[in-house]
Design a protein around this ligand. Sequence first.
Ligand code: SF4
Length: 247
Amino acid sequence: MAQQAISTQLTALQLEKVAATVALLRQALNDYGTVTYSNSLGAESMVLTDLICTQVPQIDIFSIDTGRLPEETYTLLERVERRYGRRLRLVHPQAEALQAYTSEHGINGFYNGLAERQSCCHIRKIEPFRRAIAGFGAWVTGVRREQSATRATAQTMEFDTANGLHKISPILDWTHDDVWAYIRSHSLPYNALHDKGYPSIGCEPCTRAVEPGADSRSGRWWWENTDSRECGLHPRIRIVTQSKAPA
Ligand code: SF4
């Protein structure tokens, strides 16, 4: 695919961040041979999808279809594939594990407690994620430092000991404004829920809108203690044992 010129509507600092991000993606490909991007279809993902598809298309892209995503996310997925003329590799949970989970806990068993929620995330996200990255030298994530306390101490390139390969976080130091400046300046598609108060979007039953200015992750698993609000893909978390069902 032909490379596109990077927009000049961004500030000089933002253009520097774009260039640094592309350089890091190329370096990862050079250093680790095979690289895959775990595309969550959030706002940050639109930036990374654009940079990968237009600048470093050798990088594989996959998304996990948990089976509980909002309709708006599926619509976005289709728009992204159409824009770039490229299929995103979709990875699904294993049917037998899902059937065992719903038989034991019910279709919405994740509301019953932290263990049930993490078990659901394991079946619908973690296990498919591990299958998706198997065999690659490195994986790319769109996390940003300012998103949560648990992400503030991350490194742009680090070894992911839990999964046994390198982890690249190329937009770790981008701000919320940087992300949206890039999306606007390139007229990128994005999830319609972002315009309805959802800064961070995951599965439909575990995500809700937040007040303007609230922590961007506060709408995810909102009924839990703040420290446990990660799905397990980014292992710098402290596990807490208390949770209560949503109001
Ligand atoms: S976010 Fe909710 S529905 Fe999705 S995998 Fe985790 S617990 Fe299950």
